[in-house]
Write a protein that binds this ligand. Structure first.
Ligand code: ZN
Length: 471
């Protein structure tokens, strides 16, 4: 029945009711009203609850530093800021790659790119891989994924564990929206289509336990409305307007689910797959390198209650820790043999209630990888490995390791001043770490990633997002 609703024109008319909700959220930046106050003890108790749902909102292409709760001076994100201030914010989160498919493969499977093997445009996760949706499904949750980015399409292996996994129909635009990304204009529809389908899902299945994944794309396309603040006219300004628009879209959605009385039994997780560059290192966009502007992403958890004072986890955390953490928090089985670890002890420690297991070993070197020829099926790999270790960031091009770069966030937070020459000994040890990282390439599910043939239509849709791909 759900599939019929997603595919039917009925949505176009059903949307009339939502229009009001979205209009409201564009004017107010409200706290979600109906959750009670909670404490760190209530976080501990989450794993014992049998009524919890989880919603994961993946905001594609969202740089952490463009959100107020991560220190941005512009008023782009009052809503997400508020969620963070009364929930959990991971302050320094590093994605494992800088383009969607590779990064999402790591985020979902809690394994580094070299281990899961999703490094190129035609790689696909095998059925043997274990994804969080399968854990939810096996635990009896109703699972649905609603996505607008072709890189997480089912033929790349990302539909595993979802009862429903759909790209929503694009409805006629209900308000005048602008698209500010010059290289990526052709994606039909907006994130309102995702939210429509999500609300439909909740109206049908909100009385069951559910896991709902929403993959938003408007920031990737720099979509914004006329209520976004007038920050200016550069690409970077258009991007900020889109962050503001997306923030209000998320706010409107949360008001919708509050009206369904679901917020007191739902954990909402907000994350991203990579950031976006605005000439910090000579490029616009992403998927070309692993510098901070394309690597550092938000990770915010909205709890089913309001913390008087939000919990901030200050240590460096990789995206591969996201699902080990959330599964642990809600009391589900862990993903076995993975690189990611649960940061729940770090959350509890930051909230003043240290757990027995302690936080030792939770902060460790973080790896990222980008095959700089990921879009070309014919050429040899050109892998770049990134290592983040405390405040030091090192990038090792494996084909030419002598050209490694080292940056120190303590003195150079925007990674402009390469110190590899002065700190050669350190670089040498990081080069060794990169070599060890590459050798650690057996996936815990025992089956290597496959290569698939992509049909012309899907290929064109992926190119329309702004990438060069040659099969
Ligand atoms: Zn992406």
């Amino acid at each position: 029945m759900l599939r019929r609703i997603f595919d039917s024109a009925w949505l176009y008319f059903a949307a009339a009711g939502l229009l009001l909700a979205f209009a409201v959220a564009s004017q107010f930046h409200l706290q979600i009203p109906s959750r009670a106050k909670g404490t760190v003890d209530d976080i501990v108790a989450l794993s014992g609850r049998d009524d919890l749902n989880v919603i994961f909102i993946l905001v594609d292409t969202l740089r952490a530093d463009r959100l107020g709760v991560y220190g941005y001076e512009r008023d782009t994100s009052r809503f997400m800021d508020d969620l963070g201030r009364h929930g959990i914010v991971f302050k320094h989160v590093i994605a494992q790659s800088s383009w969607t498919k590779s990064s999402m493969a790591s985020l979902w499977t809690a394994t580094n790119p070299r281990k899961n093997g999703i490094l190129r445009f035609n790689h696909s996760l095998p059925e043997d891989a274990l994804l969080p949706a399968e854990v939810f499904q096996q635990a009896g949750f109703r699972t649905a994924g609603i996505w607008r980015n072709g890189w997480v399409a089912p033929n790349f292996g990302f539909g595993q564990g979802f009862d429903t996994y759909v790209k929503p129909v694009s409805s006629p635009e209900r308000r005048k929206l602008q698209r500010g990304n010059p290289s990526a204009r052709a994606l039909k529809g907006t994130d309102l289509d995702v939210m429509d389908s999500a609300v439909e899902f909740l109206r049908n299945f909100g009385n069951e336990r559910f896991f709902l994944y929403l993959h938003l794309m408007d920031i990737h396309q720099y979509v914004f409305d006329d209520q976004a603040p007038d920050y200016g006219s550069s690409y970077s300004d258009a991007y900020d307007k889109s962050v503001n628009w997306t923030d209000r879209t998320i706010g409107a959605f949360l008001h919708e689910i509050d009206d369904m009385d679901l917020l007191t039994k739902t954990v909402v997780v907000i994350g991203s797959d990579h950031g976006e560059a605005f000439q910090e290192h000579g490029h616009e966009g992403h998927a070309r390198n692993l510098y901070r502007e394309v690597a550092e992403v938000p990770f915010i958890i909205m709890l089913p209650f309001v913390l008087e004072e939000g919990i901030v986890v200050d240590s460096n955390v990789p995206n591969i820790d996201m699902w080990p953490t959330v599964l642990d928090m809600v009391g589900l089985l862990p993903l076995e043999g993975v690189d990611g670890v649960s940061q729940l002890p770090a959350i509890l420690a930051a909230g003043g209630a240290p757990s027995e297991s302690g936080t030792e070993g939770l902060e460790r070197p973080i790896y990222a990888e980008l095959d700089r020829r990921w879009g070309n099926g014919q050429s040899d790999p050109n892998p770049l490995v990134g290592v983040t270790d405390d405040q030091v960031r090192v990038f090792v091009p494996l084909n030419d390791p002598e050209k490694a770069e080292l940056y120190d966030w303590a003195t150079d937070p925007t990674e402009q001043n390469d110190q590899a020459g002065e700190r050669a000994d350190e670089v040498a040890s990081y080069r060794e770490m990169a070599t060890r990282y590459v050798a650690d390439d057996d996936p815990p599910w025992g089956v290597e990633a496959g290569t698939i043939e992509i049909e012309e239509m899907q290929l064109n849709q992926l190119k329309a997002l702004g990438y060069r791909i040659e099969q």
